[in-house]
Design a protein around this ligand. Sequence first.
Ligand SMILES: Cc1cc2nc3c(=O)[nH]c(=O)nc-3n(C[C@H](O)[C@H](O)[C@H](O)COP(=O)(O)OP(=O)(O)OC[C@H]3O[C@@H](n4cnc5c(N)ncnc54)[C@H](O)[C@@H]3O)c2cc1C
Length: 803
Amino acid sequence: MKSHARVVVIGGGVVGASVLYHLTKAGWPDVLLIERAELTSGSTWHAAGGMHTVNGDPNVAKLQQYTIGLYKEIEAISGQSCGVHITGGIMLAGTRERLDWLKMAKARGRYLGMELELISVDEAAQLFPLMDKKHFTGAMYDPIEGHVDPYGVTHAYAKSAQIGGAEIVRQTRVTDLKPRADGTWDVITPAGNVHAEHVVNAAGLWAREVGRMVGLELPVLAMEHQYLITGDMPELAGRKEQMHCIDFEGEIYIRQERGGMLMGTYERAGVPWSEVQTPWDFGQDLLPNDLERIAPSLEIGFEHFPSLGEAGIKKVVNGPFTFAPDGNPLIGPVKGLKNYWVACGVMAGFSQGGGVGLSLAHWMVDGDPGADVWAMDVARYGDWATLKYTNAKVRENYSRRFSIRFPNEELTAARPLRTTPIYEKLAAEHAVFGDYCGLEHALWFAPSAAEAEDHFSFRRSNAHPHVGAECTAVGQAVGLLEISNYGKFEIRGPAAAEWLSRIMANRVPAVGRIALTPMLNERGKLIGDFTICRAAEEHFFLIGTYAAEVHYLRWFERHLPPSGVSVRPCAMEYLGLSVAGPASRALLQTLVREDLSTAAFPFMSFRRMDVGMVPAYVGRVSFTGELGYEMWITADYQRALCASLCAAGRDFGLKFCGGRALNALRIEKSFGTWAREYRPIYGPFEAGLGRFVDFKKDEFIGRGAALEEQGSGGRLKLMTFVIDATDADALGDEPILHEGRAVGWVTSGAYGHRVRQSLALGYVPAELAGVDSGFEIEIIGQRHRAIAQSGAPLDPAGQLMRK
Ligand SMILES: Cc1cc2nc3c(=O)[nH]c(=O)nc-3n(C[C@H](O)[C@H](O)[C@H](O)COP(=O)(O)OP(=O)(O)OC[C@H]3O[C@@H](n4cnc5c(N)ncnc54)[C@H](O)[C@@H]3O)c2cc1C
């Protein structure tokens, strides 16, 4: 084994092998993969090898398309067959809701270039004759589904990497990782140590253990997973290979395996494997079968596909594989650890392994994944994703693998975990809560305890009128919103202003002022959007998206100078309340000594004030587009501040408002938000944030690329649409059609209660920016006329918030 390598990849499953191949392809041949046993010795060897392009996140779906397309390439390079069978697949719906879901998935596929087709039950039965039609209401056909040989794929990646210069060492376990002062690593093995510039944790079933070598507790857990193979079936003899089939109601997947059928299930009563520690001596082993556990699914399966029941069971496979709490992979660099990368939690290695390898290799070689990988970024989890939290969430995710997630459905596992001091007060006001990074936050307020629950639906739900009343209160009187779930950073030091000026695209505000700013990467793409509040010459607060806190910190760490600036995340230290609406000033004026008139405290001001008895930072800014104030206080004061605002608010028609109202209010103002409108695939001018890019500054990250985009106008344009929709609004990811052709996609949608219109924000090609007619947006399989707006539907000139 060599003693130095640019990269050591730990783990020779399908993911590690793909990372290795992609590193050589990206121009780093000096790479070494170390495998504990033989290649595929983790979960890879016993996988069913199924692959498909459909995924809830369009960006992950694109990487799945890439993975499936890659097999030809690695077969050609390596000469190793991947055993690819493209059979096509059908997804069967047994309920109206599932059919709606399929319609939405098909619509999403439209702008991803996927050829998905909705078909009748009769057509489905022609494609998949083993089904009993009476259990189903409709289906979707995907021509690009099939399966591969897990051994073949892994070896094809490995051989292709070796041809590109990589080395692979087998039967050698990495037992420890020791960082050097310069950020490189000593990789410790019984066969000797390797000095590596970078290490990649692709240890699959042992990813947690390899994380613990460097003090990292990765949120992954293995679940036992079973599939069975039936005896040979006369129905299959002499016929073309059966296609893949997913039966959502039965919660099973089926495909042909030689003369019989393979049937697997994600059972409700899923069982985790090795909850705390994965044994190092687990080899190419299988777990004992437990047909009892999957009996309910099998029963339905045999009812829905009767000939499978008659064929008898030839073989059962029970093996473990790992999941992150939301079921998506965990990839990327890890905050606080230089040159330590992860590529783990990949639950669909044969659909996602290629995309994971590609993105990680680009990230390492070019400093940027080259695609929008937010849904897979390890940074989406913070310290709150503890071992037990992960356990509860992974079980939930596994058991719901084939369940519909409604847009207004909040999952219940691991809750409540984090609460703010006013949680009980909000509950007493009949709040319906949602979970955001493990933190409970009010979504909407019901008129009574009995009504405080969401009725799940793709259409306007029982919450609709109550969210409407909250929006009306903000538009006509004053609303009280908890805004604790924003991310916050305290930045201090003599070099703080200079550093912020370099890292953010907008100018740094003067003391007592606020500035909105995008944060760009070197390619001039959006990697964050912030509110900068300047409390003193050397003291700033940065307010942004809490879910992206670790992602931001990773970037800050990378760009911090050795001294002169300190960055401290303080999201849960400073909690927030906001009052917004025309009466908000009069209300707040009863609690503060300072003059709140526009002359004395204009829009975008920021100041330390006592609100009643509570010391607070008060900013004159609001995401609602109305006159409004945001108040930041340490957690110990939140209850008192809330009580003071409620007492003072009685004379002003104060009403509690939740996150759903805030979402509708910001869409009426065409205000975007991180992970929806603002993502690293868009530039600031495309996203309508050009006015927050200050080219008067000589230097900031992304300046050159942003300048170019200003000149060209960019490829895309974020637009606001008013939709002719009556009972279901756009939610996000619906296709935008122009003259019948899919040209773009919706990023957010909601009913705008103040303007009484169904609204959506979305991207279209820049050449359609000035066009207002000819658009349609498809909502649950129905196309609706959509009129593009030239400005925000509410108060386009922004007068209300400046009053
Ligand atoms: C029953 C079953 C059916 C499945 N069906 C499908 C399917 O149809 N389609 C699909 O896409 N996916 C399927 N999967 C999931 C698929 O197996 C995984 O997505 C995939 O195997 C993950 O690969 P990996 O490389 O991340 O992990 P692993 O395969 O676990 O590989 C990790 C490797 O790292 C090595 N390693 C760990 N620690 C060290 C160390 N310290 N030093 C050196 N080496 C180390 C291990 O020996 C192992 O070889 C299935 C899984 C199971 C169990």
